[in-house]
Unconditional design. Structure first.
Length: 185
């Protein structure tokens, strides 16, 4: 829970600094296919266009992040880092090149798809149930956010969501190896 709190606190502190500076940090997001701005992959999830934008991302990030954090801080940090880097890289590859893509919604989408896919890959009933609940609560939002809207990066949503599925798949393999069944004689 401390790791999730640190992520959220950092986002809020960056937003306070951004607002105090006239939102100049908004220019430090992802600029697609711009090598000079490649570092925006790491900064973009922490930068938001307004406090409302931050609130809109904070609520689902905390709710979904808490469920992931139940598997431990390391799991939360691995999932978050993977989604931020892989989803950010995907956004950098396919996003619009002339604007800055900012916000944590790619991570939110990654968290949601991670939770939905985790049970499928882990083959655990409890995780399947959590995934179904996430799909029921956030499924329509996930799908509707992939439709292009002015000022909203469907690319970040899509790439974050794909990264969530990939990290669920990758971690499921290590989880299954960790709980290998005993050999029968």
């Amino acid at each position: 829970m401390i790791a999730l709190g640190a992520i959220v606190l950092t986002m809020w502190l960056v937003e306070v600094a951004n607002a105090a500076d006239g939102y100049r940090l908004d220019r430090d997001g992802i600029y697609a296919r711009n090598l000079a701005r490649f570092w925006g992959i790491l900064s973009s999830p922490f930068i938001h266009a307004s406090f409302q934008h931050l609130i809109d991302n904070t609520i689902p990030l905390v709710l979904l992040g808490l469920v992931i954090a139940l598997q431990g801080a390391t799991r939360l940090l691995v999932v978050t880092g993977f989604i931020a880097v892989v989803g950010g890289l995907g956004t950098w590859l396919i996003g619009p090149g002339d604007e800055s893509t900012i916000g944590a919604s790619g991570i939110v989408f990654g968290y949601a798809t991670y939770l939905m896919a985790r049970g499928f890959f882990d083959r655990r009933l409890r995780e399947l149930a959590v995934g179904m609940l996430v799909a029921v609560v956030w499924g329509a939002v996930l799908i509707s956010s992939l439709v292009p809207h002015a000022g909203i990066s469907w690319q970040a949503h899509l790439c974050g969501g794909l990264a969530g599925v990939i990290v669920a798949w990758r971690l499921a393999g290590s989880d299954r190896r960790g709980r290998a069944r005993p050999a029968l004689a």
